[in-house]
Design a protein around this ligand. Structure first.
Ligand code: PHE
Length: 344
């Protein structure tokens, strides 16, 4: 029996030395050490041995088993090492490769211009106020001195949702909402940026949705000259120190007197060019002294308080500043257009 065990050991070690793969190693482990293997069989036959022989053979069998196991372990460790090395090689990262540049987003040119305008007015002590785009007829028209049958409502063709609710046609309703909120307190000094909606056919200078910035100042002794000085300061910061303004009489139901404000053309410096249609002037905003009726409806006594208001189209301001010829560029998201403003 001892010889059989020694022969078994030799055979096993012989076969193990030629092993080529993990699979083969597994097979040999089962073949020699498994439950149905020759070693188990020998050990099972030990019952038939004499009491003196049993421990001797038992010892030999254990030695054989240990010898085979040791070789298998050693081979197994080798395979594991190999496998780890393979994985490390496969997953190797070359940290010296130059990185791929990632696409970077940027602030939309309109948002930039809004920020710029906000900064200028914040520098003059204004705060930013906002209001809803879906607005009540009362705030958009009525409280701005535009009762239901007022012909001036036709100046702003509106998207109505119900008889009393519409998409706001201007940012002026934020004036009314602010007055209501402040309950007669002064001073009010706000600018209100936001989207507005009108039933216009879209073309190079019209868009059914565009952006306005509204300004409102209410206090004691606010005068037309304050409005003029404020707007001059604004355009000079926006378009350059040499910029001039011109006020022309106009009409808005919520201001009296009302003016339209022109700036000297930044393209030609006022001598006349294509942009200003040879006039040297560009109209950029509407403004005026807050109508006494509007003050009253907002809860401010017009005998004690006065105010001025102005409203401008942000797209127009941006188009003039950057020489953009079509308002639709702001909304079609053509990257070739947007990329020109990456570094502003
Ligand atoms: N809300 C006016 C418009 O959209 C602009 C404006 C605002 C005029 C404030 C005067 C005062 O046409």
């Amino acid at each position: 029996m001892k010889e059989r065990l020694e022969a078994l050991k030799l055979e096993a070690l012989q076969e193990l030395s030629g092993v080529q793969s993990q699979q083969e190693l597994n097979d040999l482990r089962i073949k020699y050490l498994g439950k149905k293997g020759p070693l188990t069989e020998v050990l099972r036959g030990m019952g038939a041995l004499s009491a003196e022989e049993r421990p001797v053979i038992g010892q030999v069998a254990n030695d054989v088993r240990a010898a085979i196991e040791a070789v298998i372990e050693e081979k197994q460790a080798g395979y594991q090492q190999q496998e780890t090395e393979n994985r490390l090689r496969a997953e190797m990262i070359d940290v010296t490769l130059p990185g791929r540049p990632s696409q970077q987003g940027a602030v939309h040119p309109l948002s930039k211009v809004i920020q710029e305008i906000e900064d200028i007015f914040i520098g003059m002590g204004y705060t930013v106020a906002e209001g809803p785009e879906v607005e009540q007829d009362y705030y958009n028209f009525e409280a701005l001195n535009l009762p239901k049958d007022h012909p001036a409502r036709d100046m702003q063709d509106s998207f109505y949702i119900t008889d009393e609710i519409l998409m706001r046609t201007q940012t002026s309703p934020v004036q009314v909402r602010t007055m209501e909120k402040r309950q007669g307190e002064v001073p009010i000094k706000i600018i209100c940026p936001g989207k507005v909606y009108r039933r216009d056919d879209d073309d190079a200078t019209h868009s059914h949705m565009f952006t306005q910035i509204e300004g409102l100042v209410i206090d004691r002794n606010v005068r037309m000259s304050d409005l003029k000085g404020t707007l001059l300061q604004f355009v000079q910061e926006m378009y350059g120190k040499e910029t001039r303004i011109r006020l022309r009489p106009s009409f808005f139901p919520f201001t009296e007197p009302s003016v339209e404000v022109d700036v000297s053309c930044a393209m030609c410096g006022g001598v006349g060019c294509r942009t200003c249609k040879q006039t040297g002037w560009l109209e950029i905003l509407g403004a005026g002294m807050v109508h006494p009726r509007v003050l009253e409806m907002g809860g401010y006594d017009p005998k004690e308080y006065t105010g001025f208001a102005f409203g401008m189209g942000v797209e127009r301001i941006a188009m003039l500043k950057y020489g953009i010829e079509d308002i639709r560029h702001f909304y079609t998201n053509d990257l070739r257009f947007l990329k020109q403003f990456l570094h502003l």
